[in-house]
Design a protein. Sequence first.
Length: 405
Amino acid sequence: MGSIIKRCECGAEGWEDCGHPWIVRWREPGGRSGAQREKSFDSGPAGQKLAVKWERKVERDKDTGSYIDPSQARRTFANVWDEWVNAGSDEGQLAPSSRAQYESIYKNHYAEFFGSRPIGSITPSDITKWETAQKSKGYKPYGIHGRKVVLASMFKYAWAADIIPKNPCRKAEARKRKGQAYRPIDPSEVPTTAEVEAIFYEIKPYYRSAVWSMAGCGLRVGEALALCERKWERETGWANINAQLSSFGANEGAGRGTAIRDEVKWSRTGRHVPVPEITAESWRTHIDTYGTWGEEGWFYESEMYTGRFPSRTTFADRWNKAISDAKLEHRKLKPKSLRHYFASVSIAARVPLPELAIWMGHASSKTTEMVYVHLLPGAEQRIKDAVMSAVARDLSASLSRNHWG
């Protein structure tokens, strides 16, 4: 049992009237081997009530196995964040690019508000104040929600590790996005086949094949730029997508903007995708014209450095110039718009959403439904046929191979 005392010469009979602080003394779990702790409270009846309440709580937590070492809760948010980011076994640790991205989020969104505070002092009210501050800075709701999910994941770790007694943002799911974090696309965000082909012809020829990698196979831009010949099964018409490029440089101090190979989003094993003929032809032309590099036969190399991958910022520059030259600035198309094109023509061809989710590399078909279900008009070969049918229907006269450069 704990004890409530005053460390003075007034005697126990005079404690209620003297001005010395009340002190709760107790041992941590483990009997006589447990470390002895104490906590001070103000003198007087109010302080005495708080001391009694604290002593009872300590003993109750010891009995129920929920006791938390107060010194752990005094650790700073920054200290626990660092422990969390680097926690886990080899398989459970964050990938280098993910760790770099989390550190960027910390620096830009958490450090000023939480960094130096004792983690045990952060309450649900503080989380609400942080969200309000984020809104006042003009951040979008889905971005704020995503950062709160990361925050909840860190606090969940702290709670599970007996650093804090409660998770102040426990209502958010750890390291997962809730449905509202995915925004359904507007049909106007989907480029037409003519627009895809216009971008294809206007972009720097070295990157033309990447256009149909995204529009024809639904690849993310980082996946398209990490294509290699070794993973392309020409005879069967499939490609193994198990690498991507990340703009968060964590490779031997190369720095942000330097691309690195990484595991694809949501998977450490990758996925197989069917390759329609127009995409396969663009890949063959790229290899015949520019060759590949490295043992894997990587398609794209840095424009400045030999033996290194191109940065996504370089590709973004090439993309923006192509959009300008094609006079499509008013459409505000992004590289991911080509994924939207892939999804829209597949849905128009009635490819089932669960199948489409697999080809696009979504974590589940729920993501696909939330983003694309409103495009439904009221699969290996079907996806290949869907892309080729759209091209043949809209651009049959303009698909002459004489345009390849």
